[in-house]
Design a protein around this ligand. Structure first.
Ligand SMILES: C[S@@+](CC[C@H](N)C(=O)[O-])C[C@H]1O[C@@H](n2cnc3c(N)ncnc32)[C@H](O)[C@@H]1O
Length: 275
């Protein structure tokens, strides 16, 4: 097995949910408000489902008695397992599968909706992902794809990367210097086959009570280099976490609320695209 620093958090769906707080759900609820309500017979793909934030928002917003089905898929088996357990615990009409967004195995013209929430910027070949979304949607079907275009913690984590690994090496794959922006999302969806695309922007606020705990979760998930973790990362783990905590004390988009929590302003772009 590849080297892992002894301090790393071994990710499960619950860790991703803790890292995201309720910020994704706030954004997802907003994006669901941009499309007509779900109705009987809808077949929905929660693509790159993570810990199941989209599935949860859909199920919580559904008018009682509405008969839908959700397929929740992700490349990470731990996340899929967590999502399956969540759906089972609520008795939701959800099937889960480990699946790459580049190799969606559902047939063409299958879904009424395909939702890819906060994943386009980090899933690798996004054009192939967009083609798969387009292919698996029914004609007239709706895709939602959302991305974060501004997150103050990215700079804090990049700072910790440079501090503990020097300035010269490659960046962690999930902390690229060139962010994925609205134009990139639009271009990718167009490459996928979509013509009718509308983008909206929304500010969301992530509240963090225990910053050290949050930094630990963030570095464990986002800090890995393309080549993986090294002994140096283990040796400098505490320095990286302390640096992230320090960087997130103040700066652009960072404030404190009356509960003493740190509040990070995050900006998202939501694209609604029709096939
Ligand atoms: C930031 S999380 C978002 C999760 C969830 N959609 C949400 O909004 O909370 C990004 C997700 O993309 C998944 N992912 C990354 N690359 C992927 C790929 N190639 N195919 C499918 N899922 C992928 C990750 O495992 C992770 O669950």
């Amino acid at each position: 097995m590849a080297f892992q620093p002894k301090q790393i958090t071994h990710y499960e769906a619950s860790h991703l949910a803790e890292l995201q707080g309720d910020v994704s759900e706030t954004a997802i609820k907003y994006s669901l408000g941009l499309i007509p309500p779900f109705s009987d017979g809808d077949a929905i793909h929660d693509n790159a489902c993570g810990s199941g934030a989209v599935t949860t928002c859909i199920m919580e917003s559904l008018a009682p008695g509405t008969n839908i089905h959700i397929d929740a898929t992700d490349i990470n088996p731990q996340f899929v397992e967590g999502c399956a357990a969540l759906a089972k615990s609520h008795n939701w009409p959800v099937s889960t599968a480990v699946m790459s967004a580049q190799q969606i195995t559902f047939p063409a013209d299958h879904f009424t909706h395909s939702i890819t929430s906060f994943a386009f910027h980090c899933l690798g070949d996004h054009d192939t992902a967009a083609k798969n979304i387009y292919r698996t949607l029914k004609p007239g079907g709706i895709a939602i794809a959302s991305i974060w275009v501004y997150m103050p913690h990215v700079e804090a984590l990049q700072h910790a990367h440079w501090r503990t690994r020097g300035k010269d090496g490659p960046m962690p794959a999930l902390l690229p210097l060139e962010g994925f922006q609205e134009a990139d999302l639009r271009k990718s969806l167009e490459t996928g086959g979509f013509i009718d695309i509308t983008c909206s922007e929304k500010d969301c606020f992530l509240k963090i009570g225990d910053m050290k705990r949050w930094a630990q979760l963030a570095w464990s998930y986002l800090g890995a280099l393309p080549s993986g973790w090294s002994q140096n990362d283990e040796d400098k783990w505490d320095e990286a976490i302390a640096d992230i905590v320090e960087q997130l004390k103040s700066g652009d988009g960072i404030s404190k609320n009356d509960k003493g929590e740190t509040v990070l302003r995050m900006v998202c772009i939501m694209a609604v695209a029709k096939k």
